[in-house]
Write a protein that binds this ligand. Sequence first.
Ligand code: BTN
Length: 251
Amino acid sequence: MDDLLAFVSPPGCRLGRPLILKALTGSTNDDARALANAGAGHGTVVLADAQTAGRGRLGRAWSSPAGENLYLSVVWRSGLDAIEPPLLALGAGLAVSEALDGFTPTPTAVKWPNDVRHRGRKLAGLLAEAIYRGTQPSAVILGLGVNVRGAVMPEAIAEIATSLRIVRGDDPGRAAVLSSLLERLDATLGRLCADGFGAIRQRLIERCENIGARVSIGEVSGVAIDIDPTGALRVRDDQGVVHAVRAGEIR
Ligand code: BTN
């Protein structure tokens, strides 16, 4: 992990101060949660070269081999009195997509709620976990996995996942990608917390590959028409009924 040893968060960026780098850990989300519970401040980041128990959404495992990808978790505390954790997770997906566009030959897209994909294959995933004090969130752990350097994807996910190395033909370098991710998360989520979801909603809709397409999610099937002001995906079914879907995975 020599490429990450000298990493310093870009000037002016509030995320990655401090940044705790681990050669190997269970899950950076667990590490960041423990740090947050012990009082770690806004912007603390845990970054690992490899994870033995990386977790994805919906209880899935997240393959985390050494030396290849970015596995990081950000402790986010700012603005949580005004912005609900699911909106923060949506905003983070938007920020990651915008950051990765700097490293891909053609634009990436967001698959609602927050997968980042390139030409229909997953490049990055986000696992947001809130920590509550009573009914009020005191922190949100934004766990991010980005496929960076793998030249071939494992056979089991070769049809559905890709890496920056594969889409570009070369390795952009993990430090450069990390720098851009932290800057964009800071800027986009800062705007979200300051000005509300309305300030980024249109950018997210324009990037969401599902809008205008047929989707099935939970019990609902139909055409995704937009993302409403609460972050829900609005789907018009074949009877013309519009459903606001708040969670789940599009099939
Ligand atoms: C998903 O798409 O299902 C979300 C994947 C999130 C993976 C990252 S890797 C860093 C952080 N630590 C974890 O255990 N999970 C997240």
